[in-house]
Design a protein around this ligand. Sequence first.
Ligand code: FAD
Length: 455
Amino acid sequence: MDVTLAELVDALPAGVVVTDPDLLEKYRRDRAADPAAGMPLAAVRAESTEHVQAALRWAARHRVPVVPRGAGTGLSGGATAVDGGIVLSTERMRAIEVSPRTRMAVVQPGLLNTEVKAAAAAHGLWYPPDPSSFEICSIGGNVATNAGGLCCVKYGVTTDYVLGLEVVLSDGTAVRLGGPRLKDVAGLSLTKLFVGSEGTLGIITEVTLRLLPAQPPSSTLVATFASTRQATAAVLAITAALRPAMLEYMDQVSINAVEDMLHMGLDRDAAAMLLARSDSRYLAAELEMRSMAEACQAHGATEVLATDDPAEGEAFVVARRGVIPAVERRGTVLLEDVGVPLPRLPELVAGIEAIAAARAVTIALIAHAGDGNTHPLIVFDPADAAAAARAQLAFGEVMDLAIRLDGTITGEHGVGRLKKAWLADQVGGDALDLSLRIKQALDPLGILNPGAIFP
Ligand SMILES: Cc1cc2nc3c(=O)[nH]c(=O)nc-3n(C[C@H](O)[C@H](O)[C@H](O)COP(=O)(O)OP(=O)(O)OC[C@H]3O[C@@H](n4cnc5c(N)ncnc54)[C@H](O)[C@@H]3O)c2cc1C
């Protein structure tokens, strides 16, 4: 072992620093499986803020790159390891304290989203943000990417629940930002600066989260359409009239991929399916469900099914959550996350269909439709070099299309390494320059997640 690394190993308790190449393999990539992943010197499985500080002080002293890692479910290569760097994993930082009196939780970053929800539920409370990956992703990763999810159309995204943070900066200093206050405008909004910063500005070591009273029982509506145009028109009609607790979209490729995997009896012939929810109470729920059904029927739905049986409703949500794993069974997937202002959703969906046809690639399309946030999944046979090249072209064209429609290259997954080439086109040179100045101020040595977000 090299002398420098031995210094890090000595500074931390036994078992915290992993250097065995076989064990390091699992820390090299996130779910985007970036082929350019490097080989890290070590993974540091920190158990406390002090361990993170020790690792960063060592890294700053020796100018070693540090790639923060939660559960590695990211879809943009944000946690891709770099050659000669370390991976700073928070998987062992798993404490949580729920305060029912203040309706808040103080959580370490390695706890999974589902575990935060369960701990809140034990006190009759609810942590809403629900990425489809909620059973496998960490709360630290959620904060670092500002994760969204299915109920965010009504309840907002991760940042709306982050009241405070403890962050370890690139020189090893730990700072506390925000805190257990619902309103707090003292000083610059530094807490929010770190939400969605994808590990490029600091390492999040503790989060203070806002919780809500438990969600009321919800009713679920499923509608199928013979054309994607009708389905997106129904989305616009529903969102113009009310705020559903969920409004998700699946196209025919997605429906068939899920049906192959789960055999649920979904309509394989439908061009698109919408999944909508109301969690309002009593008469309000009835009115919302009726209004959503009418909007679907008015836009030519071939079938509309409504249920207030939670198990039946959940089965359809499971189908929606299953799309990414189901499509991954069909080949290599390039997963996009483009979003547009809602009125432009029909143009985005039609444009993506046109790109798929022009490039002769298969694109499965799912969307958090009520947020105008789509996930085109470009799937190809990795053994077919020509198909892989066409898929790469389509990947860029989808982001170009979103930018032309006044949209974003990423609504919730982050820029990571795979989308950074398009960032300047979206935000413009001045905004990128300002971001680089902030990065330079907080990480002057450029050791925090180099290669992510920034050129
Ligand atoms: C099947 C599937 C479905 C998904 N559905 C959704 C969805 O609906 N909505 C959604 O938003 N995302 C979704 N995702 C993407 C992913 O789960 C989220 O981006 C999630 O927030 C990543 O969490 P993680 O713990 O896995 O983070 P990682 O992948 O480990 O890291 C993600 C980024 O955060 C940084 N990071 C991680 N922890 C820290 C920390 N403590 N401090 C500083 N930086 C840190 C990393 O460096 C990296 O840049 C899905 C993924 C899968 C596989």
